[in-house]
Structure formats: structure tokens, C-alpha cells
Design a binder for this molecule. Structure first.
Ligand SMILES: Nc1ncnc2c1ncn2[C@@H]1O[C@H](COP(=O)(O)OP(=O)(O)O)[C@@H](O)[C@H]1O
Ligand SMILES: [Mg+2]
Length: 149
């Protein structure tokens, strides 16, 4: 492994709102420790949280793979859920298939995917019906001094 690269893998649970969001909050802590600029931390935290919650709510759980080097963070969020039939539609602001039960918990505003696109520097989404979905999110950043942790 190249020196200076941090790799992390997280299991994202299905429908467990007690631990949902743990992966993104852990990554946020790492970026703070590394001395990454606050704006990039915010962009990463928002994007990864939304992607993580989508896997919890819509996909029956999955995994997150994270790689951090001196200039960027790459996050891959993968699930083996139902897939997204129409990605263009899913990307629209306000579009959501969340149930009433999920909406009562405060989710399902349909702003997750649009916000991931807005806050990430590179965003890729691929999905296959019945097989699952893969999101790739990259955020570039500057660090005053890359602190080795
Ligand atoms: N990982 C996923 N697996 C299956 N469907 C998904 C996934 N992520 C998003 N979707 C679909 O795209 C829609 C829009 O997602 P999003 O913008 O995050 O809004 P919300 O999560 O509030 O419904 C969801 O309602 C769901 O139908
Ligand atoms: Mg969402």
C-alpha cells in the first residue's frame, strides 16, 4: 500500500437507526484529525451521510470503502439491494419512495442524491435492478499539514 494512504471499510446495517450514520461520523473524525479544511469535511460528511442513510433505508444495508490521501477522499458505497430503476428520476429534488414510517422518522425528503451530487467534486452512480447500487464520491481538499494518524 502506498504510504500516506488511509483505507477503511465499514459495514452499513439495514434499517438500524440506532447505529445508522456511524461510518460517516467516523470518517468525519478522521478528516478532522488529519487537519483537512472544514469546508471539505462538511462536503464529505454530508455526502457520505446521505449515501449511508440511503443504504440503511432503501437497500437493506451494504458497505462503505474509504480511501484518503494527501489531496482527496474517495468513498465507495455499495449495496446488494433492489437497485434504482430510473436514476435521472431518483436524482430529482424531492423525489422519494420512502414509506410513511420512514418519513415519520424525519427521512424521505428526496434531497439525499441531489445533495450528494452538489457537495461532491466527482460523483458516479451505477445501479442494476435486483442487484444493487454503487456510489462513488470524491472530495478534493487542501491540508495545511497532513498529520499522520
Ligand atoms: N441505495 C439505494 N438503493 C435503492 N434505491 C435507492 C438507493 N438510494 C436512493 N434510492 C432511491 O432514490 C430515491 C431518492 O433518494 P434520495 O434523494 O436520497 O431521497 P430519500 O432518501 O429522501 O428518499 C429514494 O427514495 C429511493 O427510491
Ligand atoms: Mg436519501
Amino acid at each position: 500500500m502506498k504510504e500516506g494512504i488511509i483505507s477503511k471499510e465499514y459495514v452499513i446495517p439495514a434499517n438500524d437507526f440506532a447505529v445508522a450514520g456511524e461510518a460517516s461520523s467516523n470518517v468525519k473524525k478522521i478528516l478532522i484529525q488529519l487537519g483537512v479544511e472544514p469546508q471539505a469535511i462538511k462536503k464529505t460528511a454530508v455526502s457520505m451521510y446521505e449515501a449511508e442513510m440511503n443504504v440503511v433505508i432503501h437497500a437493506g444495508g451494504g458497505r462503505a470503502f474509504v480511501e484518503i490521501d494527501e489531496e482527496k477522499i474517495l468513498i465507495k458505497i455499495k449495496d446488494d439491494g433492489p437497485g434504482i430503476p430510473d436514476i435521472d428520476l431518483a436524482m430529482q429534488e424531492g423525489y422519494s419512495t420512502a414509506s410513511d414510517e420512514i418519513r415519520e422518522k424525519g427521512f424521505g425528503a428526496g434531497m439525499g442524491l441531489p445533495n450528494i451530487k452538489k457537495y461532491s467534486d466527482i460523483f458516479n452512480i451505477t445501479s442494476q435492478i435486483g442487484k444493487g447500487t454503487l456510489l462513488e464520491i470524491t472530495v478534493f481538499f487542501k491540508v495545511k499539514e497532513f498529520i499522520k494518524i
